[in-house]
Design a protein around this ligand. Sequence first.
Ligand code: C2E
Ligand code: CA
Ligand code: CA
Length: 561
Amino acid sequence: MSTNTTPYIGENSPLNKITAFFSALQSSAEEYLFVVDLNSKMILLSDNFMKDFDFPSNMVDDLDNLLMPFIYHEDREIFEEAMRNVWTEDKGKTVKCEFRLLHSNGDYGWVNLSITVGGDEFKDQPEFMCGVIKRLDKIAKADYVTGLLRRSVFYNDLTDELEKPNAHGAVIVITLDNFNVITETYGHKFGDGALRQIAQNITNVLPPDIRLYKLDGYSFGLFMPDAMPEEIEIIFASVQLCMREIRNVEDTIYCTASAGAAFYPNDANDVTTLMRYAEVALEIARQKGRDQITFFEKETYDRWRYDIGMQNTMQNCIARGCEDFFLCYQPQVDAKDGRLLGAEALLRWYDDDGSVVAPMQFIPMLEKSRMIIPVGHWIIENAVIMAKKWQQYMPDFQMSINISLYQLEERMFYPFVEDCIERHQIDPHTITFELTETQNVYDWEFVNKQFSAFHDLGIQIAMDDFGSGYSNLAFLKNFRCNIIKIDRAFIEDILTSNFDQNLIRYVTMLCHSIGMQVVIEGVEDEATYKFLRDECKVDQIQGFYFGYPEMEDVFVKRFKK
Ligand code: C2E
Ligand code: CA
Ligand code: CA
């Protein structure tokens, strides 16, 4: 305590009168305190002030000079001016200023200095001056809206927890899904109220010794020593329940929460890594559809990082004009006689190491990041160029191009296709768009209009992977297609499965009765081919039995036979 380091001061010094008071005060204050005896010019410093700046003693005679090297050079004038002004002020007046000070962690941080001149009320002359230096970052420890402690405190507390011997437990981050919608709809004042209520509700469902912290925006953090995954799931279920209560306050308010958790020491035992892992788990929970908790898993994390890496590489590749993409072409033949009718263009990508990556590994990512839009343009452009080229050998050569529904939702897609057809002077009837529904469509009406527009242009529409996902009979009823391509899953066991046999047979009959063609893909052997041809009467076949996806130089040999 201060008494050890405070040197003797004269009995009449005003400092002497206040020493006891000063040492009591400084032990309960986080601020740096100092008192200047205006007669002797001696300055009494609080212990934390002396220690943090390595000053020689609690009693110094030139604070300006001692402190100056710690003040950010551009702010020194501010400090000097405040110290000058204070002499001209009346008793009881306070001079304030803010400047940046070098803290013991090596960073400059803003501080606020207040100095007040005071003295015996019966004397005219001021006797002493008191100063308080507040670290502004420390004041903001609690979140203004929720009253919860903030991220910096969370990090400090978690660091302390991790330093305990044999520490084990979980770090959990929780975020409110779509909370910004509430703020945008009802205003910030209402949003703040709702956020405060949610924070309170979450706090209430946590075990009493567990603290909830406010991280940023709409996210919260906590750590639970000794927690097991099952316990965390139960607690999160309670969090979800209290979200539901918010919804019912006004039936229009709908808010859910997602969470991610990482365990120490198993996943990591330092704050930075643990937090990153918990946040990755949270991101995955959100990607999986929100309103759930995910635990960190190394494999998922590695895959996630790989995806991020691939996303960057692809972004660069697109910026360079899609130069690492290429198309392969798989023959489509007439079921009756095996005659070549056309091909399906299938996308491939050269990874950094030169290996060829299959589309299922990157198309979902292209779709999610909307990079499928520029890549989709590239695919159509190149497939059309190739079709035009091959139509020299075979004028009615049919090119099938895969289109993701994300592309259909893009307003510029139709004009692009129209322009592409015009530029390459190709007959649109020789182009087929294969569509797979891999996503929820938000604007069916618009998508439907797009379908019709392409029909009117003369492009054929094929429904890909029929029988899987959403591409079903209801879809057929609502959308005008020319062709359905039956999912490979129904072909695999066709020689043995009665169900699959009947299904293909009747679906083909149905399609023919409404003027649609049936294409079968995944045909790998002669027996399957013959069955489909003779028993099911399908129209076209695509499959390894008639040809693998091939590069241009290989495919072109088919015309030269
Ligand atoms: P898909 O449109 O159903 O394409 C058919 C897939 O089945 C191709 O796989 C093809 O190589 C494979 N396949 C063809 N015949 C056989 C067979 O007899 N046996 C077996 N086991 N497989 C066969 P690929 O090229 O890996 O493409 C996978 C998926 O990636 C495609 O499924 C399509 O959904 C997507 N895709 C490919 N290229 C593009 C593209 O340019 N744009 C978009 N949006 N998606 C594409
Ligand atoms: Ca396809
Ligand atoms: Ca397919």
